[in-house]
Design a binder for this molecule. Structure first.
Ligand code: PEP
Ligand code: MN
Length: 301
């Protein structure tokens, strides 16, 4: 149920970067609908009031060996959703010689992982021209933070009717985020999961940390939006040692899922080597997540 007290206390000033009562009635009525939404991915997995799915994997698919290695590890740990990002947006255009965007061949490896290990795959769609290939394999399509308001891309992705993860842009208000989400719902796709992944802030506590996880966005979104809200502490902090604290804080704040970047040898990750957890760190975090999620009456899957 939408929090009535909250809505009564919303101001009705216009225009604003914050959500007004009029917005809820006229601009974002679908995404703020009262009905609690469960997003079913397949027979094994749904994002719901009771479940807390963890999505994990390396930054990019990189190689067949890597993606199989990670998928086997995750399967043993009971984690079902794999980051299978074969297409990568990069902040700066100069790619190191090692950098490899595996694209179609990466999707072929993801296909094999699905067939052999039964993993569920999330892949980011960076451009419309890649959508057909990605949608053949991926079970969940990710809209990256940079594309949050790329409305043509949103429309095409919504039209596939596949589950979608919409990441908040690092400079977007919740009003803008929910506006983008409303576009997806208007385009007829209700299998929507919203992801907080850190925002730009005047300072981020250390040089290597690019964004700041907006923990407060989780309860703020949950106050008016009944769709699953997940958190990506890896992209927010950009710094592996902080990922466990931020993951646990996200669960305590009420999130409905996590995206955790991990790699068997983080230092060898071809992109953002400071942010993945190694297997041991991931295993420890998983144990702690299970404890906190029990308090929150949610099951890690
Ligand atoms: C990612 O998940 O790999 C990614 C690029 O995330 P974001 O869009 O949040 O930067
Ligand atoms: Mn990334």
């Amino acid at each position: 149920m939408k929090n009535k007290l909250f809505i009564k206390n919303l101001s009705n000033k216009n225009p604003t970067k914050d959500i007004t009562r009029d917005d809820i009635i006229y601009k974002i009525p679908k995404i703020t609908n009262k009905k609690k939404i469960t997003v079913k991915i397949n027979n094994q997995i749904s994002f719901s009031k009771k479940n807390l799915p963890i999505i994990a994997g390396p930054n990019g698919v990189e190689s067949r060996e890597l993606i199989f290695n990670v998928a086997r590890f995750l399967k043993k740990k009971g984690i079902k959703i794999l980051r299978g990002h074969s297409y990568k947006p990069l902040t700066f255009p100069y790619r190191s010689k090692k950098y490899l965007e595996t694209q179609e061949i990466g999707m072929d490896w993801c296909d094999e992982v699905k067939r052999h290990l039964g993993m569920t795959i999330v892949t980011e769609v960076t451009e419309i021209k890649y959508l057909d290939r990605i949608a053949q394999t991926a079970d969940i399509l990710q809209i990256g933070s940079r594309n949050m308001q790329n409305l043509e891309l949103l429309k095409e992705i919504a039209n596939t009717k596949k589950p979608i993860i919409l990441k908040r842009h690092f400079g977007a208000s919740l009003r803008d985020l929910l506006g983008a989400a409303e576009h997806i719902l208007v385009d007829g796709n209700e299998k929507l999961i919203i992801c907080e992944r850190g925002v730009s802030a005047p300072h981020t506590h250390r040089e290597t940390s690019r964004f700041m996880l907006d923990i407060q966005a989780i309860p703020a979104l949950k106050e008016i939006c009944q769709f699953p809200i997940i958190s990506d502490p890896s992209h927010a902090s950009f710094w592996a040692p902080w990922v466990p604290s931020l993951s646990l804080a996200s669960i305590a704040a009420g999130c409905d899922g996590l995206i955790i970047e991990m790699h068997p040898k983080p230092k060898e990750s071809l992109v953002d080597p400071l942010q993945p957890l190694n297997y041991n760190q991931f295993s420890k975090l998983l144990d702690s997540c299970k404890k906190i999620s029990k308090v929150m009456k949610k099951k890690i899957i």
